[in-house]
Design a protein around this ligand. Sequence first.
Ligand code: NAD
Length: 499
Amino acid sequence: MKQIGHWIDGKLVPGTSGRFTDVMNPATGEVQAQLALATPAELDAAVEAAAKAQPAWAATNPQRRARVMMKFADLINQHMDELAELVAVEHGKTLPDARGDVQRGLEVIEVCMGAPALLKGEFTDGAGPGIDIYSMRQPLGVVAGITPFNFPAMIPLWKMGPALSAGNAMILKPSERCPSTSIRLAELAKEAGLPDGVLQVVNGDKEVVDAILDNETVQAVGFVGSTPIAQYIYGRAAANGKRAQCFGGAKNHMIIMPDADMDKAADALVGSSMGAAGERCMAISVAVPVGEGTAEALIERLVPKIEKLKVGPYTGGADVDFGPVITAQAKARIEGLIGSGVEAGAKLVVDGRNLKIQGYENGYFVGPSLFDEVTPEMEIYKQEIFGPVLTMVRRESYEDALTLVMENEFGNGTSIFTADGDTARDYASRVNVGMVGINFPIPVPLSYYTFGGWKKSAFGDLNQYGPDAFRFYTKTKTVTARWFSGIKDGVALNFKALD
Ligand code: NAD
């Protein structure tokens, strides 16, 4: 059986704990590797080595660090297919979707090629007589990134790009379900010129996460995952005096106004709720049709589109729309939630339970499901399902729809489909959600903006990637300097003989 260890000081090392977890192939239900789970002592040693490597990296001028990012981006492009396959075999998403996963991470590395411009400080000339004030951005030292299973390439790249190009060393703790992409990315970063020890990939579970949170050398923690863990990590990291930004789960609503283009809205709903088996933090999981007849007009279009979807392994051909969910437990949980919706009185229009794919009977496949007549008290509305399930909550007016979204505890993404600019502008301005789409279903901002939710979708300050990430991974130092007058007045320009 293949064993996966850690990436320490520029090389692969086996784990020493004797503790392992199985890395599954979600399409077949077979164990494909065993992943070593690090001990706190292994973590502490990785941090110590990173702390030794960091000062020289920080002293490397920002343009040279940016050149490493340039080469890294080039190598990611060259290895795109290989990286996508690594993502697909551990996560289960289709190859085109896996390529998108790598691509959206790569775009953050592309922005990091311009890191020197984002790291510039400020300067006030003549703040007083002979006085100048200037500020500089300095790296924090050793920082950590803790990432989820659902974007095995993109989110590690979101973390490492800004942190490393700002001159930090990083401890990356990827999801134990999909660890291989992070290790491959670390190999490519080394090939691009990143010095050994500056990026350490330490695999593990809660034990190693807690060790990161308690390690005194680690200055900052960037986390992405589910809301309860995000909240826990934020609390413990902050209590230990660390800077922390912890991004959590979501329940993203799409409001469909009666004047919307229903064909386009239906296409957008199917793609954004079912793509990647619904395992995206920006997936639309709640459709909110507004006014009389809107729900019917949508359902009429949604049902044939949903019934046509092909679920299968990533190796199943170009027409596979989405793959399995991540674990047997995730499948059981999703199917349990669908059952709870039926019991609570919601109308199950398309039932995706008990899907069996020939030749892949042990895979964790869940078919697409559509619910109508869902109400906010139901568990299928309250919980993040993280599966291919679209729920529909009908509302009579725009204001009612807006209130529903505003009262939801999550605030990651949302979308409105309408032909009316006034309604769209009002929604974008008033809704208490971090990322808004107008006739756009998954409004993940491009890499030169920033990504972050509101409410229980994020804890801590500043967003991921873009200018915010450079603020998060650096601290500001401000210098007030006075140079007394006199020297320049005393300069003698004549050619004097020595006394
Ligand atoms: P998760 O919270 O189970 O795991 C995330 C990370 O935390 C992993 O590295 C894991 O090893 C670690 N972890 C898990 N349990 C822990 C514990 N008890 N103590 C300490 N560490 C622990 O999340 P997941 O299932 O891997 O990912 C899916 C979740 O991530 C969804 O809720 C999704 O919405 C969310 N997500 C959010 C964003 C965002 O930017 N807001 C992006 C992607 C995914």
